[in-house]
Write a protein that binds this ligand. Structure first.
Ligand SMILES: Nc1ncnc2c1ncn2[C@@H]1O[C@H](COP(=O)(O)OP(=O)(O)OP(=O)(O)O)[C@@H](O)[C@H]1O
Ligand SMILES: [Mg+2]
Length: 238
Protein backbone atom coordinates (compact mmCIF):
# COMPACT_ATOMS: atom_id res chain seq x y z
CA UNK A 1 0.00 0.00 0.00
CA UNK A 2 2.76 2.43 1.03
CA UNK A 3 6.27 1.74 -0.18
CA UNK A 4 9.18 3.86 0.96
CA UNK A 5 12.38 3.31 -0.97
CA UNK A 6 15.78 4.70 -0.04
CA UNK A 7 14.43 7.91 1.44
CA UNK A 8 16.80 10.58 2.74
CA UNK A 9 15.02 13.54 4.32
CA UNK A 10 15.61 16.07 7.06
CA UNK A 11 15.33 19.64 8.16
CA UNK A 12 18.08 21.46 6.34
CA UNK A 13 21.18 20.89 8.45
CA UNK A 14 21.37 17.21 7.51
CA UNK A 15 19.34 14.11 6.84
CA UNK A 16 17.30 12.59 9.63
CA UNK A 17 16.12 9.69 7.46
CA UNK A 18 19.20 7.89 6.20
CA UNK A 19 18.04 5.75 3.31
CA UNK A 20 14.83 4.49 4.85
CA UNK A 21 13.12 1.47 3.28
CA UNK A 22 9.71 0.46 4.55
CA UNK A 23 6.60 -1.27 3.23
CA UNK A 24 3.23 -0.88 4.85
CA UNK A 25 0.79 -3.62 3.90
CA UNK A 26 -2.72 -2.75 2.84
CA UNK A 27 -5.18 -3.24 5.70
CA UNK A 28 -2.44 -3.52 8.31
CA UNK A 29 -1.96 -1.55 11.49
CA UNK A 30 1.78 -0.93 11.46
CA UNK A 31 3.48 0.57 14.49
CA UNK A 32 6.88 2.26 14.35
CA UNK A 33 8.85 2.20 17.59
CA UNK A 34 12.33 3.44 18.43
CA UNK A 35 14.22 5.80 20.71
CA UNK A 36 13.64 9.56 20.90
CA UNK A 37 15.03 11.29 17.87
CA UNK A 38 15.13 8.11 15.76
CA UNK A 39 13.12 9.88 13.07
CA UNK A 40 9.69 8.31 13.65
CA UNK A 41 7.72 11.54 13.33
CA UNK A 42 9.92 12.50 10.39
CA UNK A 43 8.77 9.38 8.53
CA UNK A 44 5.14 10.41 8.91
CA UNK A 45 5.87 14.02 7.93
CA UNK A 46 7.72 12.83 4.83
CA UNK A 47 4.84 10.56 3.77
CA UNK A 48 2.29 13.35 4.24
CA UNK A 49 4.35 15.75 2.14
CA UNK A 50 5.31 18.20 4.88
CA UNK A 51 8.92 17.24 4.17
CA UNK A 52 10.26 16.43 0.73
CA UNK A 53 12.73 13.57 0.41
CA UNK A 54 16.13 14.70 -0.82
CA UNK A 55 16.55 11.25 -2.35
CA UNK A 56 14.37 8.18 -2.75
CA UNK A 57 10.65 7.86 -3.33
CA UNK A 58 7.37 7.02 -1.67
CA UNK A 59 4.51 5.28 -3.43
CA UNK A 60 0.85 4.86 -2.52
CA UNK A 61 -0.05 1.74 -4.45
CA UNK A 62 1.50 2.49 -7.84
CA UNK A 63 1.22 6.27 -7.51
CA UNK A 64 4.36 8.17 -6.56
CA UNK A 65 3.40 10.61 -3.81
CA UNK A 66 6.84 11.85 -2.73
CA UNK A 67 7.31 15.42 -3.90
CA UNK A 68 3.57 16.14 -3.96
CA UNK A 69 2.18 19.13 -2.08
CA UNK A 70 0.61 18.06 1.28
CA UNK A 71 -2.87 18.95 -0.01
CA UNK A 72 -2.38 16.59 -2.95
CA UNK A 73 -1.19 13.78 -0.68
CA UNK A 74 -4.36 14.33 1.33
CA UNK A 75 -6.50 14.23 -1.80
CA UNK A 76 -4.71 10.99 -2.78
CA UNK A 77 -6.13 9.52 0.45
CA UNK A 78 -3.39 9.83 3.07
CA UNK A 79 -4.19 11.80 6.21
CA UNK A 80 -1.96 12.56 9.19
CA UNK A 81 -2.97 13.19 12.77
CA UNK A 82 0.13 15.04 14.08
CA UNK A 83 1.86 14.56 17.43
CA UNK A 84 0.95 18.08 18.52
CA UNK A 85 -2.49 18.47 17.13
CA UNK A 86 -4.83 21.24 17.91
CA UNK A 87 -8.55 21.43 17.78
CA UNK A 88 -9.90 24.95 17.78
CA UNK A 89 -11.07 25.10 21.42
CA UNK A 90 -13.67 27.83 20.92
CA UNK A 91 -15.24 26.13 17.91
CA UNK A 92 -17.81 23.38 18.38
CA UNK A 93 -17.01 19.70 18.00
CA UNK A 94 -19.08 19.64 14.82
CA UNK A 95 -17.26 22.62 13.31
CA UNK A 96 -13.89 21.08 14.14
CA UNK A 97 -14.82 17.76 12.54
CA UNK A 98 -16.22 19.42 9.41
CA UNK A 99 -12.92 21.27 8.90
CA UNK A 100 -11.41 17.89 8.07
CA UNK A 101 -13.54 17.81 4.92
CA UNK A 102 -12.22 21.10 3.61
CA UNK A 103 -10.72 19.61 0.43
CA UNK A 104 -14.20 18.24 -0.43
CA UNK A 105 -16.04 21.40 0.68
CA UNK A 106 -18.04 21.71 -2.55
CA UNK A 107 -19.79 18.39 -2.00
CA UNK A 108 -22.08 19.33 0.90
CA UNK A 109 -24.15 16.16 0.62
CA UNK A 110 -21.05 13.95 0.84
CA UNK A 111 -19.80 15.85 3.89
CA UNK A 112 -23.15 15.54 5.65
CA UNK A 113 -23.24 11.78 5.03
CA UNK A 114 -19.64 11.38 6.11
CA UNK A 115 -20.26 13.40 9.28
CA UNK A 116 -23.19 11.12 10.17
CA UNK A 117 -21.04 8.02 9.61
CA UNK A 118 -18.35 9.44 11.87
CA UNK A 119 -20.87 10.29 14.59
CA UNK A 120 -21.66 6.57 14.64
CA UNK A 121 -18.02 5.56 14.65
CA UNK A 122 -17.18 8.06 17.44
CA UNK A 123 -20.33 8.57 19.57
CA UNK A 124 -18.78 11.58 21.33
CA UNK A 125 -18.94 13.49 18.04
CA UNK A 126 -22.72 13.18 17.98
CA UNK A 127 -23.26 13.58 21.71
CA UNK A 128 -21.14 16.73 22.12
CA UNK A 129 -21.62 18.16 18.61
CA UNK A 130 -22.61 21.63 19.83
CA UNK A 131 -20.09 21.92 22.68
CA UNK A 132 -16.88 23.88 22.29
CA UNK A 133 -14.05 21.40 21.70
CA UNK A 134 -12.16 23.02 24.58
CA UNK A 135 -14.71 21.61 27.03
CA UNK A 136 -13.83 17.99 26.24
CA UNK A 137 -11.44 15.71 28.12
CA UNK A 138 -8.13 14.72 26.55
CA UNK A 139 -9.43 11.35 25.43
CA UNK A 140 -12.58 12.89 23.97
CA UNK A 141 -10.54 15.48 22.08
CA UNK A 142 -8.45 12.68 20.59
CA UNK A 143 -11.66 11.07 19.25
CA UNK A 144 -12.64 14.40 17.66
CA UNK A 145 -9.17 14.68 16.10
CA UNK A 146 -9.58 11.21 14.63
CA UNK A 147 -13.05 12.03 13.31
CA UNK A 148 -11.73 15.23 11.72
CA UNK A 149 -8.95 13.27 9.99
CA UNK A 150 -11.39 10.64 8.72
CA UNK A 151 -13.72 13.18 7.07
CA UNK A 152 -11.98 12.59 3.73
CA UNK A 153 -12.57 8.82 4.05
CA UNK A 154 -8.84 8.14 3.72
CA UNK A 155 -7.09 4.96 2.60
CA UNK A 156 -4.19 5.52 4.94
CA UNK A 157 -4.20 7.13 8.39
CA UNK A 158 -0.92 8.28 9.94
CA UNK A 159 -1.06 8.66 13.73
CA UNK A 160 1.80 10.26 15.64
CA UNK A 161 1.80 9.22 19.32
CA UNK A 162 -1.96 8.75 19.69
CA UNK A 163 -1.56 7.70 23.34
CA UNK A 164 0.47 10.75 24.37
CA UNK A 165 -0.87 12.46 27.48
CA UNK A 166 -3.90 10.20 27.86
CA UNK A 167 -5.06 8.43 31.00
CA UNK A 168 -5.38 4.61 30.96
CA UNK A 169 -9.13 4.72 30.33
CA UNK A 170 -8.69 6.89 27.26
CA UNK A 171 -6.05 4.47 25.95
CA UNK A 172 -8.89 1.99 25.53
CA UNK A 173 -10.71 4.52 23.36
CA UNK A 174 -7.65 4.93 21.14
CA UNK A 175 -7.40 1.17 20.84
CA UNK A 176 -11.07 0.89 19.83
CA UNK A 177 -10.71 3.76 17.37
CA UNK A 178 -7.78 2.15 15.59
CA UNK A 179 -9.70 -1.13 15.45
CA UNK A 180 -12.66 0.73 13.93
CA UNK A 181 -10.41 2.33 11.28
CA UNK A 182 -9.09 -1.10 10.39
CA UNK A 183 -12.59 -2.59 10.18
CA UNK A 184 -13.53 0.27 7.86
CA UNK A 185 -10.76 -0.94 5.55
CA UNK A 186 -8.20 1.76 6.30
CA UNK A 187 -4.50 1.11 6.59
CA UNK A 188 -3.02 2.62 9.75
CA UNK A 189 0.62 3.61 10.29
CA UNK A 190 1.30 4.82 13.80
CA UNK A 191 4.23 5.91 15.91
CA UNK A 192 4.26 5.14 19.63
CA UNK A 193 6.54 5.84 22.60
CA UNK A 194 4.36 3.49 24.59
CA UNK A 195 5.80 0.43 22.87
CA UNK A 196 3.60 -2.18 24.52
CA UNK A 197 0.46 -0.22 23.82
CA UNK A 198 1.44 0.51 20.22
CA UNK A 199 2.49 -3.03 19.35
CA UNK A 200 -0.53 -4.30 21.30
CA UNK A 201 -2.94 -2.72 18.85
CA UNK A 202 -0.82 -3.32 15.75
CA UNK A 203 -0.55 -6.21 13.31
CA UNK A 204 2.99 -5.30 12.24
CA UNK A 205 5.89 -3.57 13.95
CA UNK A 206 8.91 -1.62 12.75
CA UNK A 207 11.91 -0.77 14.90
CA UNK A 208 13.75 2.39 13.85
CA UNK A 209 17.08 3.71 14.95
CA UNK A 210 19.05 6.71 13.64
CA UNK A 211 16.85 7.24 10.60
CA UNK A 212 16.87 3.66 9.41
CA UNK A 213 14.75 0.56 9.85
CA UNK A 214 16.51 -1.85 12.18
CA UNK A 215 13.93 -4.63 12.12
CA UNK A 216 10.41 -5.42 10.94
CA UNK A 217 8.20 -8.26 12.11
CA UNK A 218 4.65 -9.00 13.10
CA UNK A 219 3.68 -7.01 16.18
CA UNK A 220 3.45 -10.27 18.12
CA UNK A 221 6.89 -11.28 16.95
CA UNK A 222 8.40 -8.02 18.14
CA UNK A 223 6.64 -8.22 21.50
CA UNK A 224 8.05 -11.72 21.96
CA UNK A 225 11.54 -10.72 20.79
CA UNK A 226 13.86 -10.82 23.79
CA UNK A 227 16.42 -8.40 22.36
CA UNK A 228 13.71 -5.86 21.55
CA UNK A 229 12.28 -6.43 25.01
CA UNK A 230 15.59 -5.54 26.60
CA UNK A 231 16.14 -2.54 24.33
CA UNK A 232 12.71 -0.94 24.43
CA UNK A 233 10.28 -2.66 26.74
CA UNK A 234 12.33 -2.96 29.91
CA UNK A 235 11.55 0.45 31.33
CA UNK A 236 8.15 0.92 29.78
CA UNK A 237 5.22 0.13 32.04
CA UNK A 238 2.81 -2.31 30.40
N1 LIG B 1 11.36 20.96 12.81
C1 LIG B 1 12.58 20.47 13.01
N2 LIG B 1 13.68 21.18 12.69
C2 LIG B 1 14.93 20.70 12.89
N3 LIG B 1 15.18 19.48 13.39
C3 LIG B 1 14.14 18.71 13.73
C4 LIG B 1 12.79 19.16 13.55
N4 LIG B 1 11.95 18.17 13.98
C5 LIG B 1 12.75 17.17 14.39
N5 LIG B 1 14.06 17.48 14.24
C6 LIG B 1 15.20 16.62 14.57
O1 LIG B 1 15.12 15.43 13.79
C7 LIG B 1 15.48 14.29 14.54
C8 LIG B 1 14.36 13.27 14.47
O2 LIG B 1 13.18 13.83 15.02
P1 LIG B 1 11.80 13.09 15.04
O3 LIG B 1 10.83 14.06 15.58
O4 LIG B 1 11.51 12.48 13.72
O5 LIG B 1 12.10 11.92 16.05
P2 LIG B 1 11.10 10.93 16.79
O6 LIG B 1 11.64 9.55 16.55
O7 LIG B 1 9.71 11.21 16.39
O8 LIG B 1 11.36 11.31 18.30
P3 LIG B 1 10.35 11.43 19.54
O9 LIG B 1 10.23 10.04 20.07
O10 LIG B 1 11.09 12.33 20.47
O11 LIG B 1 9.05 12.01 19.04
C9 LIG B 1 15.77 14.78 15.95
O12 LIG B 1 17.15 14.88 16.07
C10 LIG B 1 15.12 16.14 16.01
O13 LIG B 1 15.83 16.99 16.86
MG1 LIG C 1 8.04 11.92 17.35
Amino acid sequence: MITIEGVFAGYGSGDVLQGLDLSVEEGSVTCIVGPNGAGKSTVLRTISGLLKPRLGRIRLGEKVISGLHPADVLTAGVVQVPQQNGLFPAMTVRENVLLGGYVRRRDKELLRRRYDELSEMFPIVGERASDPAGNLSGGQRRMVEFARALMIDPWVVLLDEPSLGLDPRSLGLVNESVAAMRSAGMTVLLVEQNVRFGLGLATHGVVMESGRVLLTDTAEGLLANQEIGELFLGGVPG
